[in-house]
Design a protein around this ligand. Structure first.
Ligand SMILES: [Zn+2]
Length: 286
């Protein structure tokens, strides 16, 4: 699933490419990919202008004229692909790899055509993602369900301390909960726990204040570096510019179970926490 750095990479590219463009036409091939009435979605989106593309957690928010916002969640396997005469930009999940002149493909569920002829394809193999057009009030309702943005000033060690306090579940479960911290997923939680030297299966309320400070710092560090590298990509995943995200080569634990710890050369272990595969170093992480 695309996590904060991958969604942020798509956001930056689409913001640059789509700001100021107006929606000329909308076609929906799969009604379940659009929340609410499909005919209203198409009718109301047509004619609106993209004022900018924002993000909250893993949710993309296209700010449109008329106080409307187009929400896009890529969930597990969603892709957002922009195509104009000169440019092909893809972001989101890596499969299947998309080539010019092959769009729309069998996983294309929504196509938005802009005034300059460019097209935005919403593809999703497993169809867990969605699009939704909302007004300002509905946007407020959606956004307030998200927790703190880890790269905002509101994310402080004290904020993190309050999130783990009294929680008898694992640290990993607390960090994955989008209502607490928005945008983290399996990859970046494992990575930040390694950087902080804390085991993700530790009971959240037993994590010490000193460890909280380390976890807070590690979260910001790993997310910033991942965004700078245009995210983590596997296989043929395409980032927002059709290149490959470079962070995959910088991963210390995620996807490396059975391999040697980069720091102490111990074999990394894999466990399941709440059904999620989790990799850690039994020596470096306490
Ligand atoms: Zn180690």
């Amino acid at each position: 699933m695309p996590e904060l750095p991958e969604v942020e990479t798509v956001r930056r590219d689409l913001h640059r490419l789509l700001r100021g463009q107006w929606v000329k036409n909308v076609s929906v091939n799969k009604e379940k990919m659009v929340r609410g009435s499909t005919s209203l979605f198409k009718r109301n989106l047509r004619g609106l202008l993209v004022q900018g593309v924002k993000r909250r957690g893993k949710l993309l928010i296209f700010s449109m004229t008329d106080d409307k916002s187009l929400l896009v969640h890529m969930k597990m396997t969603g892709q957002m692909i922009y195509q104009s005469k000169q440019t092909l930009v893809g972001g989101g999940h890596g499969q299947p790899r998309v080539k010019r002149d092959e769009l729309p493909n069998k996983y294309t569920h929504v196509v938005i055509v802009f005034g300059d002829g460019a097209r935005l394809f919403f593809n999703d193999m497993r169809q867990f993602g969605y699009m939704r057009l909302v007004n300002a009030k509905q946007l407020e309702q959606v956004v307030k369900r998200f927790g703190v943005e880890p790269l905002s000033k509101a994310f402080t060690p004290d904020k993190l301390r309050r999130l783990v306090r009294g929680r008898k579940t694992s640290l990993k479960n607390v960090l994955l909960d989008q209502r607490g911290v928005a945008g983290l997923g399996n990859i970046y939680v494992d990575e930040l726990c390694f950087l902080a030297g804390v085991r993700p299966m530790r009971r959240a309320d037993k994590v010490t204040d000193r460890e909280i400070v380390k976890l807070h710092k590690a979260a910001i560090n790993v997310l910033k570096r991942a965004i700078a590298a245009r995210g983590t990509t596997f296989n043929s995943y395409r980032d927002g510019l059709g290149g490959e995200g470079k962070f995959v080569r910088m991963l210390k634990v995620y996807g490396r179970s059975g391999k040697l710890c980069v720091r102490c050369k111990t074999i990394l272990k894999r466990v399941k926490i709440g059904g999620r595969g989790t990799v850690y170093c039994p020596v470096c992480q306490k």
